[in-house]
Design a protein around this ligand. Structure first.
Ligand code: GN1
Ligand code: MG
Length: 359
């Protein structure tokens, strides 16, 4: 903790650091809450630079995005600015917003007062979330700076399929010996071509990349106590992507009746009430910029994300769990089973979703 205290203290905080405690449950970065003698709270986060290789670019993206949103909100007369967009704190001796000793990277943002995160949402929350993510993309539609990809090809299904095939080829952990692993692999293979539609459309010039959040799971939104969305957090993956990313990844977590690692597979199901509420909110705020191709493929996005996540968890399982934090040896396999069950459930609702989006 002394080390963390020293790191936190090198940022321009109000007051002296008095307390540091762990916060949240992300699978990639380590996060702490910092309290100071002046009663202020901050979020201290270690950026996982094994995964985010270019922290400088990442922080540049985040600074551009938060400043752009702040200006937009200000222009719109927003009164509660500090709770509606994250603020990154510079170092005491430099305008840089991250600290590094050459090995680890840390940053600090202001803690948003009276905010909560949730792991599950009801239809009402989902409607607000849909509006919030649509707005987030709409506000970023005219960002003047060029943003880079903090993880190149992050949501590229062709790449994820390739990585799975490489993992299978290497079989580093000997897990291909398991019958179930081979069965899951066979099932995944039958869907890969269909699920690579976005990359094909992009190559044909029919699908643009826009600035997206790319990690829109439910727990990456802050709500106030009344259930209104305050702002979107966890901006590491904000980058150019297809709008499917934000639409699909929210539903992947929000519309699953259980958590992404729930081992009770028979309880996994895609909740159409959540879909309808979220899609309604999203379409209300995103319609200003969505093209017909983007709009008509929203049901595909709902299917793509559980599928892509299954492929990613599965490749990590086969690689011997080198990417996602796991709590037990089969954790990534359980996650894979869960996401494949969700994918199958989504696929039974394709026509219904298409009809809803056409309305
Ligand atoms: C990771 O760290 P966290 O939980 O915000 C992952 C997402 C996955 C998610 C699955 C950079 O996000 O893409 O959807 O786990 N982030 C990265 O829970 O790989
Ligand atoms: Mg994340």
């Amino acid at each position: 903790m002394e080390k963390l205290k020293a790191i936190a203290s090198s940022f321009m905080l109000k007051g002296e650091v008095t307390e540091i405690s762990p916060l949240g449950n992300g699978l990639i970065n380590d996060t702490y809450r910092v309290c100071t003698s002046e009663g202020e709270s901050y979020v201290l986060q270690r950026v996982n630079n094994a995964i985010f290789k270019d922290v400088e670019l990442l922080q540049h993206n985040i600074e551009c995005v938060t400043m752009h949103i702040r200006t937009k909100l200000q222009e719109a007369g927003e009164k509660d600015l500090d709770r509606k967009v994250l603020e990154f704190i510079p170092l005491k001796d430099s305008p840089r917003t991250y600290w590094t000793d050459g090995e680890t990277y840390w940053r600090v943002s202001a803690f948003i007062k009276d905010s909560v995160t949730v792991e599950t949402v009801n239809p009402e929350y989902s409607y607000h979330a849909g509006k919030a993510f649509g707005n987030f993309q709409a506000m970023l539609a005219d960002i003047p700076e060029q943003l880079g990809e903090t993880i190149p090809d992050f949501h590229n299904m062709e790449l994820r399929a390739r990585q799975l095939r490489e993992a299978v080829e290497a079989d580093a952990a000997g897990r291909l010996a398991e019958d179930e692993v081979r069965e899951i692999l066979a099932e995944i293979e039958t869907h890969i071509d269909d699920m690579c539609l976005a990359e094909r459309l992009h190559r044909e010039g029919k699908l643009p990349k826009r600035i997206c959040h790319c990690d829109t799971k439910v727990s990456n939104m802050l709500f106030d106590k009344e259930g209104n969305v305050l702002c979107v957090i966890d901006l590491d993956t904000v980058m150019p992507s297809f709008i499917f990313s934000d639409f699909g990844d929210f539903l992947r977590t929000a519309a699953n009746k259980v958590a992404e690692d729930c081992p009770e597979i028979d309880k996994v199901a895609f909740d159409m009430d959540i879909f309808r509420s979220f899609a309604k909110g999203y379409l209300e705020s995103a319609s200003v910029f969505l093209t017909p191709v983007e709009k008509e493929n929203l049901p595909y996005a709902a299917a793509l994300f559980p599928f892509m996540q299954a492929v990613r968890f599965f490749a990590d399982y086969i690689n011997g769990d080198t990417y996602y934090k796991t709590s037990y040896p089969e954790h990534n396999l359980v996650r894979t089973r869960n996401q494949m069950a969700l994918f199958r459930s989504v696929m039974t609702h394709m026509d219904e979703m298409a009809a809803f989006c056409r309305k």
